[in-house]
Write a protein that binds this ligand. Sequence first.
Ligand SMILES: CC(C)(COP(=O)(O)OP(=O)(O)OC[C@H]1O[C@@H](n2cnc3c(N)ncnc32)[C@H](O)[C@@H]1OP(=O)(O)O)[C@@H](O)C(=O)NCCC(=O)NCCS
Length: 219
Amino acid sequence: MMSSLYGVYGASGCGRGILPLARKELQQRGISLDRLVFVDDRPEIRLVNGHQVLSYTEFLQKDATERHVVLAIADSAVREKLAARCAFDGVKPWTVRAENSVLMDDVILGEGAVLSPFVVLTSNIRIGRYFHANLFSYIEHDCVIGDFVTFAPGVKCNGNVLIEEHVYIGAGAVIKQGRPGKPLRIGRNSVIGMGAVVVRDVPPGTTVVGNPAKALLRG
Ligand SMILES: CC(C)(COP(=O)(O)OP(=O)(O)OC[C@H]1O[C@@H](n2cnc3c(N)ncnc32)[C@H](O)[C@@H]1OP(=O)(O)O)[C@@H](O)C(=O)NCCC(=O)NCCS
């Protein structure tokens, strides 16, 4: 009997971190694990951590009633490109959440998200499409997060923060809270360095590092 096929798109480190979450979810739904594969544009190895690696074309050709993928790619521009390709081919976005991730109250999470273990999203939060929150990250109350935003492990995003699309936040960064009606704003395409302490708005397209975070000046 034909059934749905599930893919983790990207067989590198990010994908190997996400696959166990996907596997757990399918096991809980009683879905056979041979329906879970890696998808990779250059599948050099054909078996990774017990799962087949298919090229995208092979993934589309395999018998299936429906196809679902989670995009295991940290680079948000690549993620956006792949999301468009999948939508075009009728491949459905798949949100994968660790069992112990916590969504507290009135959290709207866009399609195709990945929530790693120990991620906590508190209350009255809006999150766009294809969000990635890596291990031990949190988002506090009243934050608004755009599409294709990426949190590395241990990001602490406090209340009333507005993060525009395609922002990357490095490991262990801390974002100061904003105020109701006057959020702290991180502009589109900005990069927050690991360990940065962000205490004021970050203009679009800026890389900031340090405590307090300042624009990275390249020599
Ligand atoms: C900020 C960042 C994006 C800059 O990367 P880059 O453009 O390749 O920068 P470089 O490594 O060339 O470093 C440029 C300068 O910034 C400094 N620097 C880099 N990252 C820094 C950081 N997080 N905090 C403070 N200083 C930093 C470097 O020491 C270097 O200083 P120098 O010119 O005086 O020698 C990157 O270092 C970073 O923090 N990325 C996030 C990593 C992460 O969280 N990974 C998690 C993976 S899951």
